[in-house]
Design a protein around this ligand. Sequence first.
Ligand code: FAD
Length: 364
Amino acid sequence: MENNNLSYYFPCTYLNNLPIEIGGYTINMIKTDILVIGAGPCGLFTAFEAGLLKMRCHFVDALPIPGGQCAEIYPKKPIYDIPGFPSILAGELVDNLMEQIAPFKPGFTLGERAESVEKQEDGSFILTTSRGTKLQAPVIAIAAGLGSFEPRKPPIENITDFEDKGVDYIIRDPQKYAGKKIVVAGGGDSALDWTIILADIAEEVTLVHRRTSFRGALDSVEKVMDLAKAGKINVITEAQCVGLNGNGKLNEVIIKQKQEGEFPKVVDNFIPLFGLSPKLGPIAEWGLNIHRSAIEVNTLDYSTNVPGIYAIGDINTYEGKLKLILCGFHESTLMVQSAFKHIYPDKKLSFKYTTVNGVNGFEE
Ligand SMILES: Cc1cc2nc3c(=O)[nH]c(=O)nc-3n(C[C@H](O)[C@H](O)[C@H](O)COP(=O)(O)OP(=O)(O)OC[C@H]3O[C@@H](n4cnc5c(N)ncnc54)[C@H](O)[C@@H]3O)c2cc1C
């Protein structure tokens, strides 16, 4: 099975790839102490608290970048209720968390959705992602927020035939489009920002939007219009992509423009960027107690009904729950204490302040 996982975008020094045999195939297994599903702010902070207790974390996230809602929905909005920061941009908070956890060298498997979990005889879990990556850990921390962000797809009848064969809903690696002819569809920040970035990478970029005005940030709209005026990109407004053609691989998008009607455009890739909507997805099938799309936990340690699986941040529910970042930080702090006892039932855990002990990161 092809495996394009993006683990290599971030330092993953604890990948400990152990080849295992499954169904006649040799698969590299990523092993860690705490497997964190979701690299949003609450998930990320887990790597710090776990690191203080000498436990390693590896993250799996369906998005191609860490940061969860802060990175995907509102990176440029200020947050005013992070203790010690009168105001901090959501994107900056993510950058700071990444810097704070760096000494503990967490691993990242990005752009892959956690699909299924199997309990092993030794009590550990093997998780399989949407791209077939296998990861093993004695503890799973689900920090999946509102769920996995699923792309909103345009209503083109045969679009699924061309998924991963020219149609991409998420840009994982912009260099993939070097020298390619691209049609981007959409009118929000994502469509505008990627059009600007791809203008320097792709051979030809065409932005298709169904209105004349765009919803994105004003300076991004201006940049796109300047690029169009300079002849570096094409912008087609009052238009929609209504058909796709190709033989096993996409090679033509049919565009319908209000005045000109339908016409074909030769392309290598079609990238519809109409936003992402969160769905609990496969986690709902893992035998966990779920209430209104959230995972029920014991507030003593944020454990679920399955020993060894915990849930923290927006994804969990309990009496008095508040979906706030600072609450998720508290939950991850208590959760790792319990995870330590689960992994090392015979070891004594002594509590120490960072002011006393400092932050002793991992050497490799
Ligand atoms: C516009 C807006 C403003 C906000 N303002 C504030 C504020 O001022 N203060 C505040 O405290 N909070 C605020 N929030 C809420 C805050 O963003 C959330 O509480 C916080 O992001 C929750 O963090 P998390 O780590 O639990 O989950 P998230 O940030 O939701 O991250 C979850 C991650 O899990 C991933 N994921 C889910 N399912 C899977 C799967 N099956 N496989 C792989 N990955 C998966 C997702 O892709 C996502 O990246 C705001 C939210 C929004 C939308």
